[in-house]
Structures are given as structure tokens and as C-alpha cells.
Ligand binder design. Sequence first.
Ligand code: PLP
Length: 417
Amino acid sequence: MNFMDGVYKVQDIPFTDLADQYGTPLFVYDGDKIKSQYQKMVNAFDVKKLKINYACKALTNINILKLMRQLGSGIDAVSIGEIKLSLLAGFPPQDIVYTPNSVGIEEIEEAIKLGVRINIDNIEMLEYFGHHYPDLKICIRINPHVMAGGHSKISVGHIDSKFGISIHQMPLVHRIVKNQKIQVEGIHMHTGSDILDVEVFLHAADILFNQAREFDELDYIDFGSGFKVKYKENDIETDIEALGKAMSRKFNEFCKETGMDLTLAFEPGKYLVSESGYFLAKTNIIKQTTSTVFAGINTGFNHMIRPMFYNAHHDIINVSSVDGIPKLYTVVGYICETDTFAYNRKINQITPGDILVFKNAGAYCFSMASNYNSRLLPAEVLILDNKSYLIRERQEFEDLLKNQVEVPIFEKAEVDG
Ligand SMILES: *Cc1c(COP(=O)(O)O)cnc(C)c1O
């Protein structure tokens, strides 16, 4: 977000112009920011072979996927839908890593047919692959039980987590792999989102390196993601340069020591797209109660659930009121349940009609949106080189009825004469 000549802009385009042109609520993505985040990540690591696989569940618009492909990224997919979207976006199957959890075997079979790489998440599946696909190279998701993650819902590495194969079960894994001659090309971990501490990665790296020695045909080690980005002005984010330095040194030493020629892989979602995104909403009403001033806006948790679901903080800027004196507002949605975006937040004086912009709306916002309350999904716009492109049309009323089947038993009620 830029503030120039008294106007809030994304690149050179005022937010209010975008609201006028495309309507609200509206998601806007700064493509140049995605590029610079990708580049920052690539530059941070100094290894012979680095692979970034964009965790596309964060934001799956096909144009974002195409942008990632253009940048040289691969894909981390968690569903057959994400695999198909990525193939449509032009990713070759070998650039897609599929990491299913609690997914049915039919879907996994379909993914195998499509030729993507498979990340195995449990021992039963490992044996299944050894039995049915002895020639297929696979990756194993290990849960190192390194505690990480900013919120219990996004921390996935703890002892009771449903993700990955526990590090304590690895002796069994090695026995199965040797016995069934399974070709393990990769090992993987992903301990959760919002990891601040570089040490967490380094500690987990030691654990994975120890495992890596046991696999003869290993091609890559994937350290997942969890990179934290700034949500507030003074937030700390993962120090990617420091992590890159320390991790690269460790990784290079390990390759040298073992003679293995490995690729270092990561699968960031949030880090690549969170800060690129802005969510624009219009103020419907200002309502003063005894103790609170509510600003009611034309959206709710149907479009952006992170504040309610994860207690996530998203900065909110009144781009229509540059000079308004800051006041305290509780910003709420129009959903018929409590859907509070922010409590007592200092925002420039809001009047009905003002456009509020939420920051960090690139990751897990549109991709988690729903039609709850029979509300329509917003439009999406991508900004590249100071030009705006509509990349998703706003839904229309007809979309609510799509797939609904009206059974004839209800059609008898005819009104006479
Ligand atoms: C969600 C997810 C990621 C991305 O996490 P971020 O915090 O968005 O970077 C990476 N890998 C796997 C397996 C995931 O499920």
C-alpha cells in the first residue's frame, strides 16, 4: 500500500478508483508484491538446487497460479481440485507435490494417474504404495513434533497432530521401505504456520537430516512452510535472510558430508501472497450504542473469516478519509451472527459510503470464502505493472441456484383463476 499525494494506492492506482470501477466487496492482489516476495525467498538461500512449491490453498485463482509458474515456482497441492487447477495453469505434473491428509484412495489414485508427485502421510498408505506401485517414487511426510505455529488451529506438528508420520514411527517406516523396496525420493515436514523462530527450522532440519541418511535414493528434502509475515506495522516476520543463511550452510554441509546431491525445497503459501492482498469493503452504517461505535460494512465472515476463525489481526485503513480524525470503531459484518473484524480499532473517522481496506488479504481469505447467508462471492482483481485486470467476476444471484435441484413434488401448488 502506498500513500502518495494524500491518496492510498496499490502501485499507482487509488483504492477508491478500484472500488468505483469494480464495485465492493473486492479482493485486489498486487502482482509485483508476489514477485518480490518470491524473489526475496529465492535470494535468501544459497544452495545448488532450490525448489519453491507455492502452497496454493492460500489463493487459487488461476491467474495467480500462472504468475507463480512464470516465476519458476512449483505447486504444493492438498486436493485433486488444486491439482487440476495447477495443471490447467500450465504446471507440468512433476512440478506438483500432492500432500493429502485423510483423503480417500480414489482421489489418490486419480492423482497418480495425473502424474503428480505424492507425499505419503501415513503408514497404511506407504504399504499400499509399496504393494500397488512399487515403481513409483514417493515422498514421506514426517512429523518431527517440533512445536510451532501461531494458533492451535494452524499448528500441525504437535504430538496429537493428525499430520504426517510420527518421527517415533520411523524405524517401522524404514523396515517397510526396505522390505517393499519403496523408492523414497523425498522427505517432508510442515509443522504449522506463523513460525517466528529460525531455530525451529534448524532444529527440525537436524531431525530430517538424520532421517535422510537412511534413504539411498533421496532427491529432495522439503521443509514445508510456516513463514510468518507482518500483520501489523511493528510485527516481526520470519527473518528469511537469517534463515536462508543458516539453513543453506547446514544443508550444504550435509550434502558435502554425505555425498548426496539434494534439492532444498519449501512450500510457502502465506509468505508469497498474504501481503499482496487487499480487501475492499464499503461502510453501510455507523451505529453508536452505549459503549461502542460500530462500523457495519458490506461483507462478513462469509468473505473473510480469518479474524473470527483464527483471531487474526488485519489492519484496516479508511481510504476515503485521509484527514478524518482517528476514532475507535468496532468493525462488524452484515452476517446474522457475531462477525467482528476488529474491536475498538483506531481508524480515521468513518462515514457511511467510506471504503475500508483490509491488509494481508491475499492468503486464506478468498480461498476460504463461502455463500453463507446467500451472499455472493466478491470479484478479484490483479494489478501488474500499474494495470488492473479482473481475474474473477463477482457472483450473480443465479450462482446460488446452480446445482440446486427443484423437485417436481413442490410444483403442485397452483393458484386458481
Ligand atoms: C498450508 C500448508 C502450507 C503453507 O502454509 P503457509 O503458512 O501458508 O505458508 C505448506 N505445506 C502444507 C503441507 C500445508 O498444508
